[in-house]
Design a binder for this molecule. Structure first.
Ligand code: ATP
Ligand code: ZN
Length: 286
């Protein structure tokens, strides 16, 4: 049977979260060190392990049908033969311009005529044109952050997440060029058979992500507080309410957003809820 060929980063920041996402979707494969290819055991998926920068090209050329890359890589290699199918919520970072701490930076006009080192020349060029700044772009393939200290450039344009790498290299972030996260990309001209496999996978990915964003909650409430408690945790359609063996009390089950869970729990306690249990959800299909 034909399989969907998917390219993942071989080793780097996206490798483990990509593999974990597929595992959470119930798809198992071995990705031992040095492996080039792997087949999923229980899903029509063949996996290629590649350098992230090469993934858009492999997909555009049809060597792979789909792949997981950062939006930053995709924007640099932009190609009409590729489409973004789903944002994946991990690998968040930003592509930013940074200058030495001693540079008294006031506005983007300070970059006029300067030399900027980057591994993202196309994105940077587009950004500078938009801002009507003329600067010299120096394309280098790695260790961009040391370029100013060795006199190669006046500024850098590089990926940042916490900013600690910039800081330890005596740099400060001054402009955000783009925000990025990992995305699932696919070849724009996939046939129906492969589209169906990808759709099945995306359906599972959404269920996994929704599950991570929500929690299952169970609690006991005196019956006279049922209405106000149900208003606090309306759930997917409405909460489940069941009588306890103890007269005058009910058990309420519902789903709440993981991010405001502590706040909701406090309100529930104020309403007289007891025996509150909060459970992680594996999959959630609305
Ligand atoms: P490869 O050997 O595959 O070319 P790489 O060194 O280019 O690896 P990584 O550093 O593993 O790549 O980063 C892969 C992707 O992870 C980036 O393109 C970006 O989308 C994302 N990312 C998230 N946070 C950061 C960060 N702080 N620095 C760099 N990349 C980040
Ligand atoms: Zn790379």
């Amino acid at each position: 049977m034909r399989k969907l060929k998917m390219a993942l980063q071989k080793s780097g920041r996206l490798s483990e979260p990509s593999a974990e996402l597929l595992r959470d979707c119930g798809i198992y494969f071995s990705n031992g060190f040095g492996k080039l290819k792997s087949e999923a055991e229980n899903f029509p998926l063949e996996i290629f392990f590649l350098r992230d920068d090469d993934i858009p090209e492999y997909v555009a050329d049809g060597v792979a049908d789909a792949g997981i890359v950062g939006e930053n890589v995709l924007a640099e290699k932009s190609d009409k033969r590729i489409k973004v199918v789903e944002k994946l919520g991990f690998g968040r970072c930003r592509l930013s311009i940074a200058v030495p701490k001693t540079f008294s930076y006031e506005s983007i006009l300070d970059l006029q005529g300067k030399r900027i080192a980057t591994t993202y020349p196309r994105i940077l060029d587009r950004f500078l044109r938009m801002k009507e700044i003329e600067a010299e772009i120096h394309t280098i393939s790695g260790s961009v952050e040391i370029a100013p200290s060795i006199g190669l450039a006046d500024a850098v344009c590089d990926l940042v997440s916490s900013g600690s790498t910039l800081f330890t290299n005596g740099l400060k972030e001054v402009e955000v060029v783009m925000n990025s996260e990992a995305v699932m990309i696919a070849r724009a001209d996939m046939d129906n058979f492969l589209c169906k496999i990808l759709e099945k996978l995306i359906f599972r990915i959404r269920a996994v992500r929704q599950a991570k964003e929500n929690k299952y909650i169970l609690l006991n409430v005196p019956n006279d507080k049922l209405e106000s408690v149900c208003r606090l945790i309306p759930g997917m359609k409405s909460p489940t309410v069941m009588p306890l063996a103890k007269p005058g009390w009910s058990s309420v089950h519902s789903v709440i957003a993981a991010e405001d869970f502590w706040e909701v729990v406090e309100k529930l306690k104020n309403e007289g809820a007891e025996g509150i249990l909060v459970i992680s959800i594996d999959q959630m299909i609305r």
